[in-house]
Design a protein around this ligand. Structure first.
Ligand code: HEM
Length: 395
């Protein structure tokens, strides 16, 4: 078995460089927005995966080339998800062969414990995500999926995965069931076929790949991403509920700082990242925030309804900052945590800058997004995997 495994692990490699390198919502409906409206388990499981890889290696050896809804409806869909054998299998099946890549001195072949993604599969998965975006216009929810997986990170906890962050834990029902994640089961359903097709891409990477690709395809900046995130293996490794921000806390500025500073992010990054609300909508039946529909959302695209922050809510630009500053269009949403970006003196410096200077927003957003996507992640190899051209510099 060991020989077969090592043969599988030393298959020819694609030429890809390795370089060094969640929202707790109010429950009450606010139809008119307020302002406009365990390490041990992992080790054991690694062994299981290792054996499973070996078993697959045996099977594929000869070819050498193989390698969602309202809060209430969300919970019902969670139930159906859990009861669906195929989906349960998909979400729980962590077994996958190790990466078979060597380049620039790093050889996954020499690292049989490599548990992360295959670069070629990452690239192909990205193309499939682009197609998905073109047909379903799901950019916003994919961005929210990536953010909610990463945003549970606690910089004061050293151990992985207890520290939370971008580790794929959001695929488990227990975490999907957190109030802040209402509706995200739909995002999982959308990317499920891609995960199935590219089993050598981890969930943690797929979530972040989908989010960054959605930003870029919506007209946003190129995000200097790296991949290689290792997945948690069981629901017991999910973070506890309550690590993501609340949209209507008593002191929005203090709350945002509590939550984002815990992630190791600063005021500039809070403001830049909030700019992601240039995309998407809020739905009262999910988060409790926003109108059921507006003139901008009643016809979709995608599932109609909800209230958007911007008129063109599938286009990534700096209109979010312009619109929440002006607050003249009652059809557009401004959450308390959005409004405070112009109310708090430190946040305001950045928010005003982004109103005037879209290029500055894009630059700061790209850096902050890449940083967010790496929070809490365990990379294998440690320096990560770059799937873009040599010119892009991962954070
Ligand atoms: C600053 C704290 C934040 C709060 C309080 C907050 C709150 C919310 C709320 C209430 C919704 C509506 C969810 C629904 O009803 O479906 C939402 C949606 C969204 N959020 Fe945030 N958010 C925050 C930060 C972020 C960040 C940092 C990102 C990304 C970098 C982000 C990206 C999105 C996107 C893209 C949507 C639209 C989802 C869709 O249309 O399906 N948010 N957020």
């Amino acid at each position: 078995m060991a020989d077969l495994l090592s043969l599988q692990l030393t298959l020819p490699s694609p030429s890809v460089p390795f370089t060094a390198s969640k929202h707790k919502m109010p429950t009450k409906s606010m139809a008119a927005s307020v302002f406009g409206s365990a390490a041990t388990a992992a080790a054991a499981s690694s062994t299981t995966r290792f054996l499973s890889s070996a078993a697959r290696a045996t099977l594929s050896f000869s070819s050498r080339s193989s390698s969602l809804l309202s809060r209430s409806s969300s919970s019902s869909s969670l139930k159906s998800l859990g009861s669906s054998p195929s989906i349960s299998h998909l979400f729980l099946n962590q077994g996958r062969p190790s990466s078979r890549v060597s380049n620039r001195g790093f050889s996954a072949a020499s690292n049989p414990k490599c548990l992360s993604s295959d670069p070629e599969q990452l690239k192909n998965a990205r193309e499939d995500i682009k197609q998905l975006l073109k047909t379903t216009f799901c950019h916003p929810i994919l961005v929210r999926l990536g953010w909610h997986d990463a945003g549970t990170y606690n910089k004061d906890i050293e151990d992985w995965p207890q520290r939370g962050g971008a580790n794929g834990s959001l695929r488990f029902d227990v975490e999907l069931g957190h109030g802040a994640n209402a509706g995200l089961v739909n995002a999982l359903k959308l990317i499920e076929p891609i995960k199935k097709k590219y089993s050598n891409v981890t969930y943690a990477d797929l979530f972040q790949l989908a989010s960054a690709t959605a930003i870029e395809e919506a007209g946003g900046p190129k995000i200097p991403m790296k991949y290689g995130r290792v997945d948690v293996v069981g629901p017991e490794q999910c973070p506890e509920e309550g690590r993501l921000p609340d949209a209507g806390p008593p002191s929005p500025a203090a709350h945002l700082r509590d939550v984002f500073y815990r992630m190791g992010l600063n005021d500039k990054e809070i403001v830049a990242l909030s700019g992601a609300h240039t995309l998407g909508r809020s739905r009262p039946e999910r988060s409790g925030w926003g109108k059921p529909e507006t003139k901008y959302t009643k016809d979709g695209p995608g599932a109609p309804g909800g209230q958007s922050w911007t008129a063109q809510w599938l286009k990534f630009d700096n209109s979010y900052f312009k619109d929440i500053k002006e607050r003249t269009d009652q059809e557009l949403l401004v959450l308390p945590t959005d409004a405070v970006l112009f109310g708090d003196p430190s946040f305001k410096v950045y928010a005003e800058k982004y109103v005037e200077d879209q290029e500055a927003f894009f630059k700061d957003y790209a850096e902050a997004h890449a940083k967010l996507s790496n929070l809490g992640a365990k990379f294998d190899p440690p320096e990560g995997i770059v799937i873009d051209d040599a010119s892009s510099t991962p954070a």
